[in-house]
Write a protein that binds this ligand. Structure first.
Ligand code: AMP
Length: 709
């Protein structure tokens, strides 16, 4: 018979369960040793793979070809275990473990396993989730979904169809800790917040004991057990066993042999609780952060008094000090009755697996959920009733904010600009719009709460391409946590046209990425600077008083032109007296411009007065693609419309136009100052060339900066 299963792929133990439509409840599938749970230990010897108790026995005997606790290293490219002459990543070990686990369970229960929902700590990031999916596929499974362990526990525990309630799942496993708060209303589950530490779990309590025994052994015999790999492995197993014994006995003895010496050490529960209190405190602070996050989202204070039920999940919650801590903080007893802490997560995953293939499930539950919780996992109380659950009833959230690498407002530092906030619903799309005219937009997606990109995980660089060549519109980039909690990015144009968004695989570190982006940005700025168009409007007075000065004016202006960069500078020549006119239009051809100037020179002034308004008439005539707009005005006398021209000059300057006014002869120096962006220049005719040179130098400085107007 082909079945779909839920797999709790635990750090220390794993469990498999399936939903039985006939019974309307979940059945935990036992392994060949008739146990619900299989130790997540792998032993590889001469190519042969052993898992579970067999592998754990090998570990106990000090066999170095064993691996445990690899789950917390999932998705970490820098971690591998050297076993049986080969390097194994956590993903590969998980794949081998899952393959053997489902083979064993399938054989024992005479079923064929097809699809699976695999659980992960809510705190798992994108890389860890993707690695888990790949491990499942490597094991030959059709991975139906990845689901958060606490959400899975709530599905198994909380769906009792009773009154609305806030449920906290305190999940302390072998290597991970998660706390999750959800609102349960009938068959609907809304996860409100989740927090965790995927490096905190039962193994840390083991470690505290191991350290204690190592110290005591060293004190007695001056022998360091750390130097003896096999003895150390044995001590690890013995300490875990002792820790478990302390959950039911007030004290226990740990004996260890090394270099022929035998040490026997008594440990009491109080001593153990004392030595590990810092670990429990860490879980309390993560609970408090959860409350703070919910308070922030709800805009009201949320705390222990808002919690209706606390559910303990994970093998490590068997330690009495966990329950004592909850009672101390919560003031009430947590729910432990009717819950099998080892299989509740697999149970919820099995229900989710059925939901994935059938979209609804009909569950037989106890009719009246007691104060001690419903416990659908082992719903065996009188008068069962049925409850139909829809896939859409389960609304999960993300444990990590998602952001993108962006340049901060200071144009210097890079930040993680958050797009999807932690505790946002999965399957909800968040978008960012970009005004971008290039061919390839690269978006670096980061996961983490910090604004500092160095404190985040790099999800990947998404390359967005396929924009039309003349694209001037906006590009919309959509970011989403899918129902597996895995990040998806896609993009489209304003008109809805879909663009290609491809995740590029790269091993670049954050500092390498930032250094490269910085370099590219500087190059782009330099290019933009080099390509930025400069427009200079050369406005020359041709009134009667200029007649004797025109020759010099022409020579000085020609000299001025010779210093300009015509790869990006365009000049238009304007003459003014009683009227103003364009002598030569925008051109970067030096000859054209020179002939414009010569034309003015040969007019040798029109003999009229200066009642034109050249600033007002021409300041709007710069082209739109120009980055630097400059007016250079040469005059030798009073203008009839000085005050209105001052007003026009103010408007022009407000619009970003730079005005350089040069005066000779009877020019009004105060007027020159008022129309200029800086100070005006009143000079003798003999100094006119020098004055033009100074203007050219000032234009060069102004247009070589990185700021583009
Ligand atoms: P899980 O990952 O949920 O299977 O939890 C496994 C962790 O629970 C391991 O660290 C076990 O050592 C721990 N554990 C299991 N049973 C007990 C117990 N009776 N007392 C203390 N810790 C336990």
């Amino acid at each position: 018979m082909k079945i779909n299963v839920g797999i709790d792929l635990g750090t220390t133990y794993s469990a498999v369960a399936t939903f039985s439509k006939e019974l309307g409840r979940v059945k935990v599938l036992k392994n060949s040793l008739n146990s619900d749970c299989t130790p997540s230990v792998v032993c590889i010897q001469n190519g042969k793979v052993l898992i579970g108790d067999e592998a754990k026995d090998e570990q106990k005997c000090g066999n170095v070809n064993t691996a445990a606790f690899y789950k917390s290293m999932m998705g970490d490219p820098g971690w591998s275990a050297y076993i049986d002459g080969e390097e194994y990543s956590a993903e590969k070990l998980s794949g081998l473990f899952l393959r053997e686990l489902i083979r064993d369970v399938a054989r024992t229960n005479n079923v064929e396993i097809d699809g699976a929902v695999i659980t992960v700590p809510a705190y798992f990031n994108d890389k860890q989730r993707e690695a888990t999916i790949r491990a499942g596929k490597q094991a030959g499974l059709k991975v139906l979904k990845i689901i958060n362990e606490p959400t899975s526990a709530i599905i198994a525990y909380g769906l009792t169809g009773g009154k609305d309630k806030n449920v906290m799942v305190y999940d302390l496993g072998g290597g991970t800790f998660d706390v999750t708060v959800a609102h349960v209303s009938g068959t609907r589950i809304d996860v409100l917040a989740t927090n965790g530490n995927h490096q905190l779990g039962g193994k840390d309590w083991d470690e505290a004991l191991i350290e204690d025994i190592k110290d005591r052994f060293y004190y007695d015999f001056s022998i360091s057990i750390d130097d003896h790999e096999e003895d150390l492995k044995e001590l690890q197993v013995k300490c875990e066993e002792a820790k478990k014994r302390l959950s039911s006995a007030p004290s226990t003895v740990i004996s260890i042999q090394c270099e022929g010496m035998l040490g026997k050490y008594t440990v009491t529960r109080e001593e153990f609780a004392d030595k590990t209190s810092n670990l429990l405190n860490e879980t309390i602070s993560l609970i408090n952060s959860c409350f703070e996050e919910i308070s922030e989202a709800k805009n009201r204070s949320f705390g222990w008094s808002d919690i209706d039920e606390v559910v303990l999940v994970g093998g490590s919650t068997r330690m009495p000090q966990v329950k004592d801590m909850i009672v101390r903080e919560y003031g009430k007893q947590p729910i432990t009755k009717d819950i099998n802490v080892d299989t509740i997560v697999a149970t919820g995953a099995a229900m989710q697996a059925e939901l994935c293939v059938s979209s609804t499930i009909t569950l037989t539950v106890a009719s009246a959920p007691s104060q001690q919780g419903g416990g659908t996992a082992t719903a065996n109380r009188a008068t069962p009733m049925t409850l139909t659950i829809h896939n859409s009833d389960i609304q999960d959230i993300t444990a990590h904010s998602l952001g993108m690498l962006a340049l901060a407002n200071d144009n210097k530092t890079y930040i993680n600009s958050i797009i999807i906030k932690k505790n946002s619903r999965v399957n909800e799309t968040f978008s960012r719009e970009y005004t971008f005219a290039g061919e390839k937009l690269q978006v670096y997606v980061l996961q983490g709460e910090s604004r500092d990109p160095y404190e985040t995980d790099i999800i990947g660089a998404y390359s967005i391409t396929g924009m039309p060549k003349d694209n001037k519109g906006k590009i919309k980039v959509n970011f989403l946590y899918n129902s597996n909690g895995v990040v998806e990015v896609n993009a489209c144009l304003e008109n809805g046209q879909v663009l290609s968004a491809v995740k590029e695989n790269s091993n670049e570190t954050m500092s390498e990425i930032i250094a490269r982006l910085e370099r590219e940005r500087r190059e782009a700025e330099e290019l933009a600077r080099r390509n930025s168009r400069i427009e200079i409007m050369l406005i020359i007075d041709t009134s009667g008083s200029m007649s004797g000065r025109m020759g010099q004016a022409q020579r000085s202006a020609t000299e001025f032109l010779s210093g300009l960069d015509f790869s990006r500078t365009y000049v238009s020549v304007i003459s003014f007296a009683n009227t103003s006119s364009v002598v030569s239009g925008w051109s970067n051809n030096k000859n054209d411009i020179n002939s414009g100037i010569r034309a003015i020179g040969s007019w040798s002034a029109d003999g009229g007065g200066t009642s034109a308004t050249p600033i007002e008439t021409h300041y709007r005539k710069f082209s739109s693609e120009c980055n630097h707009r400059i007016m250079v005005i040469l005059t030798d006398g009073y203008w009839n419309n000085q005050s209105s021209e001052e007003h026009s000059a103010s408007k022009a300057k407000r619009d970003g136009i730079t005005i350089h006014a040069i005066g000779i002869g009877e020019a009004d120096e105060a007027f020159l100052d008022r129309i200029s962006s800086g100070k005006g220049k009143k000079v003798d005719l003999s100094q006119l060339t020098e004055a033009f040179k100074e203007v050219a130098a000032s234009i060069a400085t102004e247009t070589s900066g990185n700021t583009i107007k």
